[in-house]
Design a protein around this ligand. Structure first.
Ligand code: ATP
Ligand code: MG
Ligand code: MG
Ligand code: MG
Length: 445
């Protein structure tokens, strides 16, 4: 008998040749004319993102995510997926339209106040657009009547749009009314196991921020209206941050000021250290919930003695669009985006010379280079654009490339036609300019 043992995966099947993306054709409408400072654009990331056509403002706190930004966002989601899978997370996608019934069960229908977008369906049924999903996921778990302890811990997560009618949407994607969050919910057999899960998620969050080369602090945090007994926030130090943080100069203990009494000057952990205040952008928040939701929804599992028991829960949020904007905010200069390398929308931009009598051969060389780099090396597949706006000078296009922050810009000029065939490579991160042969360039990338 013949068995067909081929394993089918999309990534292993033969791939189409990718045409080089051309800068002239990218849908990247700039909403800022040159020389305009963007008046109401309230922070660096928002200004740079609007200027370079990454986002386009819609109504307050809502944005179009344009193609170049979406590439970054998708890379960020892949990175998060990787780390969530590494700790046993399973991805789901829950309805954004949530029935008021669920929220009344937990008591949060009233508690959420004006921040919740509420609506009626045609039968006058009350709904909201999900600002978070503790209720929904606990209901889902509770619907499983014979959940065995052997299936726990269960870690379910999603990356979806969340809706919050923020009083003051501002700073672009940093505080939107519609934004992407990665929210994970955990179910465990007891407190000890739940705390173990809590720590493993915190560790995954630290890994994500480290892999993005972001400076972060993990601070003790308030549990707010989500509830629970243990909570941390992941904060990026930044002057425009809306959270005030206290850090102990002696033992390093750090906390969101919301968790302390007003005017507290001494550390509550070591009792001696002096606390200094700084500001941060909250990019992640973890909660140990205990049985707050699982009690209310009767989220039960069958334990080892075959008796139903209430699951212990945790919930964990990462602001996906906030991380995207915050990394631009903290890494960039006034006039140039600096991306965490892993989520730069494109890795390489190739610049052919300005249109002119002697340019023909070099232009061809540039097109070939972009095409071969973008298809041959697996890590560069689809990552190489050609700035074909050859009516513009190299200098002007270099400036644009610098603002957008491609990690590598390759200028193909006369030297590319010499015997030694060298390309001028501008490395945005280090600011260095190198002259490399094609092989040298492939090695570098
Ligand atoms: P904030 O204090 O900034 O209002 P939050 O404490 O209300 O945030 P959480 O409920 O803890 O937010 O949600 C988890 C994560 O979702 C936050 O850590 C943040 O990264 C992100 N987030 C919250 N609100 C917004 C928003 N309006 N726009 C973009 N991201 C947000
Ligand atoms: Mg909030
Ligand atoms: Mg907060
Ligand atoms: Mg929070």
């Amino acid at each position: 008998r013949h068995l067909n043992l081929t394993i089918h995966t999309v990534s292993a099947s033969s791939k189409p040749v990718i045409p080089t993306p051309l800068v002239s054709r990218l849908f990247q409408p700039s909403n800022l004319r040159e020389g305009q400072d963007g008046g109401d654009l309230t922070c660096r990331s928002q200004r740079l993102m609007v200027q370079t056509g990454l986002i386009h403002p819609s109504n307050p706190g809502c944005f179009y995510y344009l193609p170049v930004a979406l590439r970054s966002l998708e890379k960020l989601v892949r990175l998060i997926d990787e780390e969530m899978h590494a700790i046993g997370g399973q991805k789901v996608d829950m309805p954004a339209l949530c029935s008021a019934e669920l929220w009344k069960k937990s008591g949060r229908w009233e508690l959420m106040g004006k921040e919740m977008f509420r609506l009626l369906d045609r039968h006058n049924g009350e709904y909201c657009l999900g600002p978070t999903h503790e209720e929904a996921v606990t209901e889902l778990f509770a619907s499983q009547t014979t959940m065995s302890y052997k299936k726990l811990p269960l870690l379910l997560y999603q990356v979806t749009r969340k809706f919050r009618d923020e009083q003051k949407p501002k700073f672009g994607l940093l505080r939107g009314r519609e934004f992407y969050m990665k929210d994970m919910y955990s179910f465990d057999i007891n407190e000890e196991a739940a705390l173990h899960t809590y720590n493993s998620v915190c560790q995954a969050y630290r890994r994500i921020l480290d892999r993005l080369h972001l400076k972060w602090v993990q601070v003790q945090a308030d549990t707010g209206n989500i509830g629970g007994t243990l909570s941390h926030e992941f904060q990026l130090p930044a002057d425009i941050g809306e959270d005030k943080l206290l850090v102990c100069g002696n033992c390093g203990f750090s906390a969101n000021i919301e968790t302390m009494e007003p005017g507290q000057a001494k550390c509550s952990q070591c009792q001696t250290g002096k606390l200094t205040e700084s500001r941060g952008i909250e990019v992640g928040h973890t909660f140990y919930l205990g049985t707050k939701y699982s009690q209310a929804f009767k989220a039960l599992f069958v334990n080892a003695s075959n008796v139903p028991a209430v699951a212990e829960m945790g919930c964990f949020g990462l602001g996906v669009t906030r991380i995207l904007a915050a990394s631009i905010e903290v890494m960039s200069t006034e006039d140039a985006i600096h991306w965490p390398g892993l989520i730069a929308p494109y890795q390489v931009c190739v610049l052919p010379p300005k249109k002119g009598s002697k340019a023909h051969e070099a232009t061809q060389k540039a097109e070939e280079l972009a095409q071969s780099l973008g298809n041959s090396l697996p890590n560069l597949r689809g990552e190489v654009v050609l700035d074909d706006r050859t009516q513009m000078t190299i200098g002007k296009r270099l400036k644009d490339a610098k603002i957008l922050g491609y990690p590598f810009v390759v200028v193909v000029g006369q030297t590319a036609l010499d015997d030694l065939a060298s390309f001028e490579v501008v490395c945005q991160q280090s600011g260095e300019t190198l002259f490399l042969s094609k092989d040298g360039l492939v090695d570098l990338l």
